[in-house]
Design a protein around this ligand. Structure first.
Ligand code: SF4
Length: 264
């Protein structure tokens, strides 16, 4: 039997002894300030929807009666001269203020108030008119695209159904709701940032998405108020129930509002 010869184990290198050093205490860093809580959509939602006392139909009727009494014929603030210019103004207003859009469209609608005139103007010239509005390049492209589609598929008229309006370049659900309501008198509820905030804050129609709030509001607002409800809510959000500092002390509905943080 062959003898197994084992290799001697390699010698371990002596580990150098650590020099004794004085331990230096780490300097204490000042405690990090916690970042301010991000303002999010959640900030407008009461902590527990369940804890909110549900609105009664009589209370909701009272809210909208007060809005109606204060402003019987509320008007939207986007300037337009016909359904087409309304559609264009709404498409241009995405992530822009109504005042900023009006400033640009006053001159634009003088020269292009129909789809054909808009096409004749052309994308490059259109860009010049609207260059003060955010995302104007994309918006110019969409306005030219929707003008062409109106001419080729809808006889140059703004269509009257949600699906058809939403099929136009740059037009989504909110655009369709505004156009259907303002141009054609339909009982739609366009949910912008103000309406979304109000639906949640007041507890009238809490929802995590604009669609949830839209459907919630449509469900609870009596039909007699639906034609103007969208404008009353927008104007209330824009001038009274402000995002950062709601003016609860002058709010028409402060006794009914369910927001736990209201200041009255
Ligand atoms: S009471 Fe205050 S929070 Fe409630 S709707 Fe009025 S302004 Fe908004």
């Amino acid at each position: 039997m062959a003898k197994i010869t084992r290799k001697p184990a390699p010698r371990k290198k002596p580990v150098p002894k650590k020099k004794a050093t004085a331990t230096v205490a780490k300097p204490k860093l000042p405690a990090k300030k916690s970042a301010p809580a991000k303002k999010s959509l959640k900030a407008t939602r009461p902590n527990s929807i369940k804890s909110i006392k549900p609105w009664t139909p009589a209370e909701i009727h009272e809210v909208f009666s007060r809005f109606r009494k204060a402003n019987p014929e509320p008007k939207g603030e986007l300037e337009h001269v016909n359904p087409f210019t309304l559609l264009v103004a709404v498409v241009l207003s995405a992530q822009a203020t109504d005042a900023g859009v009006n400033k640009a469209t006053r001159a634009l609608f003088e020269v292009a108030d129909t789809p054909q005139k808009m096409l004749d103007l052309g994308e490059e010239s259109l860009r010049d008119y609207i260059k003060t509005i955010g995302l104007y390049r994309t918006k110019a492209k969409n306005v030219i695209g929707l003008s062409a589609k109106l001419l080729s598929e809808f006889g140059g008229e703004v269509p009257r159904t949600r699906a058809e309006i939403e099929s136009l370049p740059g037009a989504g659900r909110k655009t369709a709701n505004v156009v259907l309501n303002m141009a054609f008198g339909e009982h739609t509820m366009a949910v912008d940032t103000h309406v979304f905030r109000l639906g949640n804050r007041t507890g009238l129609a809490p929802g995590k998405t604009p669609l949830e709030v839209e459907l919630g509001l449509e469900k609870v607002i009596p039909a007699e108020f639906m034609l103007h409800a969208h404008h009353w809510l927008i104007l209330h959000g824009r001038y009274t129930c402000l995002a950062r500092k709601p003016r609860c002390e002058v709010c028409l509905i402060n006794d009914l509002c369910r927001w736990p943080e209201k200041t009255v």
